[in-house]
Design a protein around this ligand. Sequence first.
Ligand code: NCD
Length: 305
Amino acid sequence: MRHILNTNQFSKAEVEQILKSSEKMEKECKVGKVKKSLADKIVACVFFEPSTRTRLSFEVAALRLGAKVISVENAENSSSAFKGESIEDTTRMLCSYADIIVLRHYKSGTAESASKVASKPIINAGDGVNQHPSQAMLDFYTIKKEHGRLDNLTVAFVGDLLNSRPLHSLMPLLMMYPGNKFYFISPKELELPREYISELKKNKIFFEELHSLEKVLPKVDVLYVTRVQKERFSKKEDYEKVKDAFLLKVEHLKILKKDAIIMHALPRVNEIDTAIDKDKRAAYFRQAQNGLYVRMALLLYCFET
Ligand code: NCD
């Protein structure tokens, strides 16, 4: 049985296998010939935090592969969690009904706790500020598709690096490939957690932490913009202070490389001017679309033995 809890769990060979399988899914979807490999399966999507892309693309991925779907949104209020049930007990019940559980929770480590009592695969669809492996995998697929390679890339992350779980999951994948360089641009309060910095140092990988955008833009192949994660702030004034720290504007495009790509896990609030959407370097809606193919591949991965 295979859970997907974080991206550290994957070997490079497994990552490449998942990317290959995602490509196959994309081709099959585009010609309208998807093999119904999960025809006898039931997929449960249980979300304790809001979601548009992750939940719906997992559901469509399951449906396209012929599975049936049961879904709980707003699970904090609409499931027995409201009455005080533990995630372990909820997981035991879900496993007795469905064949795989896609779980999003506001608390870091919840997917792992669930996996300890689960008799069916658990896919972590985001656990607090910790990890979001399916997002990272679709980000990685997007980079490969757009740039044709996963090595020797200069990647800048901008915004809320402290709380961005897509970034926390993408770093281990990018670090598997040689020659990748990193720039981390954030307000002081939202810097990347030190554990990721230690990993970079340990592996002698080039990185720089900065508080301004302009210097880095002409160098980057991938500009990954993140949303300031309002829901992780306990004080409104702390959020207000940093929420507009880095906004990507049309004039920034002039100094961005011609073949760079702009990524964002979405939802976007203010971070990217909507006038940028029509620039071909704006990859975020293509990125979200890729989520469908990658999540099909991830569902298949969990059912392989
Ligand atoms: C991300 C998340 O939930 O962490 N969204 C997503 O899944 N596409 C990023 C975010 O909410 O900012």
